[in-house]
Ligand binder design. Structure first.
Ligand SMILES: Nc1ncnc2c1ncn2[C@@H]1O[C@H](COP(=O)(O)OP(=O)(O)OP(=O)(O)O)[C@@H](O)[C@H]1O
Length: 629
């Protein structure tokens, strides 16, 4: 009965709600779409080419020189091919037997063959040079983006739109893969076009204007299509960003238990499809527009092309040009036309790249402007005293402050415990204490110096933090412990940190001890349990021997033995540093010299364990609840 009822419930259940509409929340000072025009394309291309050249030059000078040399050779060979073809036409179309005519044209035809071969070889070498530049250029751009994100003030990441703008900038990195190819093809087509066009204007200047007109509509069409694509790209950024996150969470093996055992798979796939469908719908809605653009530009181009061929026929029939010249003109028109189309197509590609590179540059500039610039003061160990004076901090977009007027003084050798309900501001307070965030009001001082004026690197060289949600780095055990410290060849201090958290036995059991890669998904990698990972995070903080040690729920996944060992360790090393423990297990606060209770961002109670237990306040209430089973 129960199972039938459940089954019925499932089969009649309404479909899950679609994902909420998401709109791009990036904020650029100008709307880039408003700027997309044919005029802008023409004005922008030289600047973009210059930028690509500068970036490439910095990456591999010799490859750039090779590339430019090859472009020049391509142009010269195209000119020679056309000039020699023109020479060959006179004997080919002249009098005599076929053999005599061919013999007469042979020297010119040999030149055509040689020049064409040279052009092909130059093209192949140019591709080789481009392949030498592109991978390193992409790596540089990609690394610059990662570095920019890692180096911004943490508060910038919490701002609305930061993640979307980052996603938009990623497109710039993707376009870097093709930008040198696009630029190279554009230049090569431009050179071929100029050469063929020059030959054509020498044969008859009247031919050139209709030819240019024949390709112009294609150019306008390409820019309009680029604009539509860019518009769709913008409309889809937020959805793509969320979809990317969703994909990672849904497919990451670490979360697969949760996904499977909570039967989330169907909904996640539905959600993923729904987001993809929404992106597709936007693309499909734009398809008729791009079709109209393509048809109209083809029609206009076709009309002018017919005019070009008509002009050529008229010139030949009316005897205004010789037959040999007309034949060469046919080849020159074909060559110019092909080159012109390539100029337009690749010019549009370079232009399109420039739009995405513009987004990337805007993000990089923005990130550079948001890198910490706090002053030249340096924090020098030991850290004797940390003070908070009437500190207020509000997250961007939030109405209420997360920390609201907190004052505290911590001295070396002291252990402080911070307790309070979820969302009361404990973790935010630790971010302010370490200078990860700067307060909106009030100040945080280390040894008397305001953190707003101290180089944060010198502060963070003296901190060790075990956050609530810590990273499980896909690195070897050794690097997982030493990450953030100079490279070491001495394993003794690493083992010391491993012993301090009781992890030696687990490390010894791993296939390669400290050398074991902690990544289950990688061939040869191993995995630790949740509590073992937490011990690794604690050993990482202890290995740093920091002046300020912060442990935010450090033992939430540990067994009682592990928890006991960690707290014993904290007491044993407390004399040399300031220690802060954030915890919901109030029994653990017995080790603290001072306890603060936070509510709604404020300290509402403070004192020693024994005092607070009998004070009849929030601490006593929370303790009683934790013991009421
Ligand atoms: N990155 C963030 N962006 C915006 N708001 C945030 C961010 N982190 C925390 N908050 C908000 O700030 C308030 C305080 O959060 P905080 O994480 O400091 O609480 P907490 O006391 O550590 O909670 P818990 O016990 O659940 O860990 C909460 O209202 C939370 O929603």
């Amino acid at each position: 009965m129960t199972s039938a009822a459940t089954h019925e419930h499932q089969s009649t259940a309404p479909p899950p709600p679609p994902p909420a509409e998401i709109t791009y929340s990036g904020q650029y000072s100008v709307n880039p779409l408003a700027e997309v025009s044919f005029r802008r394309m023409c004005a922008q291309i030289p600047a973009v080419l210059g930028r690509i050249a500068r970036l490439s030059w910095r990456t591999d000078r010799r490859a750039v020189q090779l590339l430019l040399g090859c472009q020049l050779l391509t142009g010269v060979s195209a000119a020679v091919v056309l000039a020699a073809t023109s020479r060959a036409m006179a004997p080919v179309l002249g009098d005599g037997t076929a053999g005599e005519r061919l013999r007469g044209a042979l020297p010119a035809l040999l030149v055509v063959a040689l020049a064409a071969a040279l052009g092909r070889a130059a093209g192949a070498v140019a591709t080789y040079a481009e392949r030498r530049i592109t991978p390193r250029l992409t790596t540089q751009t990609d690394s610059a983006l990662v570095e920019a994100v890692c180096r911004v003030e943490a508060s910038a990441c919490a701002e609305d739109g930061f993640s979307d703008r980052h996603e938009a900038a990623e497109m710039g990195v993707i376009r870097t893969h093709v930008m040198v190819t696009d630029a190279q093809r554009f230049l090569s087509a431009l050179i071929r076009m100029v050469t063929a066009g020059s030959v054509l204007s020498v044969l008859n200047p009247l031919m050139l204007p209709p030819l240019l007109l024949a390709v112009l509509p294609a150019g306008v069409g390409a820019v309009l299509t680029a604009r539509v694509d860019y518009e769709i790209h913008y409309a889809n950024i937020a959805d793509r960003n969320v979809r990317g996150m969703m994909r990672w969470w849904a497919t990451e093996s670490k979360y697969s238990d949760e996904v499977r055992a909570n039967s989330m798979t169907d909904y996640l796939i539905y959600w993923y499809r729904a987001l993809s469908d929404r992106c597709d719908r936007r693309s499909l809605a734009a398809a008729p527009r791009t079709l109209r653009i393509a048809l109209l530009s083809a029609l206009a181009g076709g009309v002018f092309l017919v005019a070009t061929w008509g002009a050529l026929a008229w010139l030949a029939v009316s005897g205004r040009i010789q037959l040999a010249v007309a034949a060469t003109a046919v080849i020159a028109v074909q060559t110019t036309l092909a080159a012109l189309s390539q100029v337009v197509v690749n010019g549009a590609a370079v232009f399109r790249t420039s739009l995405y590179l513009g987004d990337m540059q805007a993000f990089l500039d923005d990130a550079a402007a948001r890198a910490p610039k706090r002053g030249a003061l340096k924090h020098i160990a030991p850290t004797e005293e940390i003070r908070l004076e009437e500190v207020v901090y509000r997250y961007p977009g939030k109405d209420k402050p997360a920390v609201d007027g907190v004052s505290l003084a911590l001295r070396r050798g002291e252990i402080l415990a911070i307790v309070g309900a979820n969302g009361s501001g404990k973790s935010t307070l630790t971010r302010l204490l370490t200078g990860i965030y700067l307060p909106d009001k009030g100040k945080v001082t280390w040894n008397g110096a305001d953190l707003a004026e101290v180089d944060p690197a010198t502060v963070w060289a003296n901190t060790g933090l075990v956050p609530q949600i810590f990273a499980q780095w896909p690195l070897r055990v050794r690097e997982n412990v030493t990450l953030g410290q100079p490279r070491t060849h001495d394993d003794a201090p690493v083992w010391e940190a491993v012993d301090a958290v009781g992890l030696r036995e687990a490390v010894d059991d791993l296939p390669a001890g400290l050398d074991t890669l902690l990544a289950r998904d990688v061939f040869g990698g191993s995995e630790l349990s949740g509590g073992q990972w937490q011990r690794v995070a604690c050993s990482r903080a202890l290995y740093r021997r920091p002046g300020l040690l912060i442990l935010d729920e450090p033992t939430s996944q540990m067994d009682p033995r592990g928890e006991h060992q960690i707290f014993e360790q904290i007491k044993a090393i407390a004399a040399d540093r300031i220690t802060i423990v954030v915890t919901h297990r109030l029994e653990n606060t017995k080790i603290a010299d001072h306890i603060v209770v936070m509510e709604h961002g404020r300290i509402t109670e403070q004192g020693r364990y024994d005092d607070l237990v009998h004070a009849g306040g929030t601490f006593a209430e929370l303790l009683e609840l934790s013991q009421d089973r």
